[in-house]
Structure formats: C-alpha cells, structure tokens
Write a protein that binds this ligand. Structure first.
Ligand code: G1P
Ligand code: ZN
Length: 542
C-alpha cells in the first residue's frame, strides 16, 4: 500500500519559525505542499518506530491535513499516532499529551490567532519530545531537508474516521483517537485548588470565558462548567468553527471588545477571560480592570503560594525582554532569580526543563508554567480563578494592592505595521550605531543608564542569541524597547515598548497613555520613528 511520490514544487518557500510554517490556506492546498513539509520532518527527526501526537485548533483544512499526515506517518514507519477526536487538540494540550505519554513529539495544526476559513491562514508546527516547540536547529534541519527533498512516502488509502474514540490500524501503524480534553483537564486539576474554585463559583461570583469560536471551547466547557460548576453559558462562543465565526481569535481589547464591555458598567461581571485560536494566549479582565499580561505574570508569581504545586515557593521567574519589569520587582522581594529572555516561548524551554523557573510570560498575552512547554491560555485563567478563590477579593483590589507593594509598571506597546522593510531596517541600524553615545547621556532632562542591543546567553546550554531588540534603560526605572517583529507577513512591523515605574500609590491610578506621553515623545526623538516610517501614529496600541 506504500506509495512513493515524487515531490514537486511548490515547496515551503520560507524557513519555518518556531511557530512553524504559517501561510494562507490556499498555499497549503497546493498539491504536494503539505506533504513536502511533513516528509522533511520525517526525514530529519527520528520518528520511525515511535509515537506522534497530532491535533489542531479546528480551523479550515485541519481535518484534511491530519489525513495527509497520518498517511505519511504510516508510510514512514511511525508506530503509533495519538490523534485528538475531531482533529482537535489545543497547543498546550498537545504539549501535555506529548509529556504524559512520553511520545517522540507532536504535530500541531494551527495559525494561532490568525483568522481561519478558506480565505484565512493555516499552519503546521513540530514539537519535540519535551513537549515544546522545535528549537532553531530542528526547524533549520527541516528547512534544509525541504530544499533537497526528492520524494515523499505516503499510502494509497481512504480517509480515516477522526470522530470516534477508538483504535485502528492504518498501513501497519496504530492510530488512537483520543479525547482531546481529558489528559489536559487531569493536569489542570493537579495544578489548582479545584475545590476552592468550585466554592467560589457556587456563590454570587459571576464570570464569562470567551473561547472565540476556537479550540478552547470544549476545554473550558468541560473544566469550567462541568468540573468546576460554573453555570451553563459561562463559556461563550464555545463551539470551535472552521472560520472562528468570521472573527479574529485574538484575545485583546480590540478583538474581544464585547467581553470587555461585560466587565464594565453597573451590571459588570466579576471576572472575564478569553483565549486565542489554538488556546495558548490569554486575556484577563476583572470588574472595570484589564490586567496587562506583564502584571498578570507578576501578580501570579507574587501569589504563588495559592497554587498547590507552589505552596512552598517558586524557584524563579522568566519574562521575555520586552515584557514589563513588574516580575523583576516580585523576584527581588522573593529573593529568587528573574531571567530576561529574548522574545518567543522557546527561550523558556531550557529554564523550565532545568527546573530553574516555575512561571514565565510574555507581554503578548502569553503566560504559563512548568506544567507544559507552551504558553497556556486556560492555565492562566484557572490560575486567576484559583487566586480569586484563595483571596476572596475583587481582581482590581488584588492588582491595586500589588502595585502598592511592588510599584506599578505602566506599560504599553505601540506597533507600526506594514512599514517598508528597508526603512525599518535603517531605523534600527541608525539606532544601533548611536547606542554608545546614548548610554549615560541625558535626553530631554532624562538620564539614560544604559542603551544596548539585547543579547542573551542561555544559562543552561550557553547558546547566544544576539540582536534581540534595542533597550533604552532610564535611571528612574523607565524603559523604551525597539524591535522588529519576527512574525509579520507584510513588510516590517516595528514594535515600540514603553514602560515607566510609579512607586507612589497616590499616583498609580492614572491613565496609561497619558502617563507614558513623555516617553512616547522621547521614543520618537531617539529613533526618529515618524521620519523613518512616514507614520504620525502607531497602527495598534496595546
Ligand atoms: C509575537 C510576540 C511574541 C510571541 C510571538 C509568537 O512575535 O511579540 O511575544 O512569542 O508573536 O506568538 P513578534 O511578532 O513580536 O516577533
Ligand atoms: Zn496562539
């Protein structure tokens, strides 16, 4: 039944990042395209005789892609595949299943928060046996192989049934269709005090969780409604749709505006949260308050004793460089290390594997812990519910008390999208050339303590990642960071991260953009943003 087909173009014309290969659905629908990528995985990773986890966020082309992958897996000698029922597995759930059953890796079908549907995006990524995204050397090997690939191996078979929980044989390979939720739900029950959350939810506490028609619907329904007893209907948009209902499954103030509105006004909910397409991002809201992802990480770390696995403390925290320094202030008080890593979840992997950190996060709505090797949207939501159950205070009270104790790191990210790539590059090189002159200087009355191009040496394997973004650190704790996005598709995206520190509780409730106005002006003065981008204003402010 084995068939060897000759791989023909088109071929992945782009090196897959750690978020995998992300393209429009129409690109993936080209003959051989997906097959070529998948064969490159089998040719470079030792998966023959091994076990693979397969699942995705349910977007358009998810099911077709799984059929293709199963045929190639069987023809390439994979012994066993664990596939999420209906093709569904959230990104953190894939990580959980890989770790729990000690498989040789997994393949995730998703384009994260990008829109789906026939005209939307699709994506595929490979996770290694620690449950985390493939490191650069693996993605590089897959890419290099793809450039030289001459043929791929597949089977000539009918599609298999992905909807029934059962085991069957496919060309000598054992296929097990698994419940996508149960292993993950079990892991969550170990991480949190479910009894306390159940009690909280049985009272007059009111909440909503928006699954945005994406993958977390079944997970949230099972865990939040069925296991923790929240009333039916707590989970909004809970059925995964191939086009996410035409929406943009990205949990932020702009794309989850209806949910935000439910936390404001007289009849406001006590708590609301959302997750993205593949379930790894999260947004946390309380009554009349949006908890920034940077603050969320800091607050969870400061309250780690509320979580059963961390009753006796946490070994350390990590944050990506552009994430606010709120977590550093917590680490200092707890006398534990806070690692500053480059942007991207993969940089937390070694620290998590080595047990050096418990919690980690990124300003881009990513929060997680050592329970898996991906950021985990529902984990963050359950962590907040656990915290609220333990403290019995409103979200805003907890956050305000946190600021009083640790100071408030006002924070905002300004994105300039679709900028001419050469101009964006010029902005960065011009700035890089001036770092020596800026360091130690005073500009518009503000003293710069250090200006550098962030470089990271991994404390576990010693690998160095240079040019990870330009940091301008001020004496008063304020900071401006400039970096170019690594995930954009059109032109370049310049991200400017602005942060200032306020330790005086009397001045901690002011408007973020107003408080940062001075720094926003300085950012332009330092980097000539308007001149290089030709833009007067950022396209997106978060
Ligand atoms: C963005 C985020 C980054 C995140 C990545 C993948 O990357 O900023 O924190 O890890 O998406 O979700 P960027 O476009 O900034 O390179
Ligand atoms: Zn995602």
């Amino acid at each position: 039944m084995d068939v060897i087909k000759t791989a023909t173009t088109p071929f992945p014309d782009q090196k897959p990042g750690t978020s995998g290969l992300r393209k429009q659905v129409t690109v993936f629908q080209q003959a051989h395209y997906l097959e070529n990528f998948v064969q490159s995985i089998f040719d470079t990773q030792r998966l023959a005789g091994g076990t693979l986890v397969i699942g995705g966020d349910g977007r358009f082309y998810n099911r077709q892609a799984i059929q293709v992958i199963l045929r190639l897996a069987a023809a390439n000698g994979v012994a066993k595949c664990l596939v999420g029922q209906g093709g569904i597995l959230s990104t953190p759930a894939v990580s959980c299943v890989i770790r729990k059953y000690q498989t040789n890796g997994g393949i995730i079908l998703s384009a994260s928060h990008n829109p789906g549907g026939p005209q939307g995006d699709f994506g595929i990524k490979f996770n290694t046996d620690n449950g985390g995204p493939a490191p650069e050397k693996v993605t590089e090997a897959i890419y290099q192989r793809s450039l030289a690939l001459a043929e791929y191996r597949t089977l000539d078979t009918e599609d298999v049934d992905l909807d029934t929980i059962e085991c069957f044989n496919l060309g000598g390979m054992h296929v097990e269709i698994i419940d996508p939720v149960s292993d993950y739900a079990e892991l969550m029950a170990e991480q949190f005090d479910f009894a306390a959350i159940r009690e909280l939810l049985s009272g007059d506490f009111r909440m909503a969780f928006d699954a945005m028609h994406a993958v977390t619907g079944p997970y949230a329904r099972r865990i939040i409604e069925e296991q923790l007893g929240a009333p039916a209907g707590t989970v909004l948009n809970g059925i995964p749709l191939e086009d996410f209902g035409g929406g943009h499954p990205d949990p932020n103030l702009a794309h989850a505006a209806e949910l935000v509105a439910m936390t404001q006004g007289d009849d406001a909910l006590d708590f609301a949260a959302a997750s993205d397409g593949d379930g790894d991002r999260n947004m946390i809201l309380g009554r009349n308050i949006f908890v920034t992802p940077s603050d969320s990480l800091a607050v969870l770390a400061a309250n780690a004793d509320a979580f059963p696995p961390w009753r006796n403390g946490i070994p350390g925290i990590a944050r990506s460089m552009p994430t606010s320094q709120a977590a550093d202030r917590v680490a200092e008080k707890l006398d534990i290390p806070c690692f500053e890593t480059p942007t991207g979840w993969k940089f937390f992997g070694n620290l998590l594997d080595a047990g050096r950190i418990a919690f980690c996060g990124e300003e881009s709505f990513g929060t997680g812990s050592s329970h898996v090797r991906e950021k985990d949207g529902l984990w963050a939501v359950l962590a907040w519910l656990n915290l609220l159950a333990a403290r019995r205070r409103p979200v805003a009270d907890i956050v305000h008390a946190h600021w009083e104790t640790f100071g408030r790191n006002y924070y905002s990210r300004h994105d300039y999208e679709g900028v001419d790539a050469a101009s964006a590059e010029t902005l960065m090189t011009t700035l890089r050339a001036r770092l020596g002159e800026l360091s130690g200087s005073t500009i518009s009355g503000r003293s710069i303590r250090l200006a550098d191009d962030f470089s990271y040496t991994d404390p576990i394997d010693g690998s160095v990642s240079a040019h990870q973004g330009i940091r301008i650190l001020f004496e008063d704790g304020a900071r401006i960071v400039f970096r170019l996005s690594g995930t954009g598709t059109v032109g370049a995206t310049l991200r400017v991260y602005l942060e200032s520190l306020e330790t005086d509780p009397a001045r901690q409730r002011e408007d973020t953009q107003e408080t940062l106005a001075d720094l926003i002006r300085l950012a332009d003065e330092i980097a000539a943003i308007r001149q290089h981008t030709g833009r007067e204003q950022p396209d997106v402010i978060t």
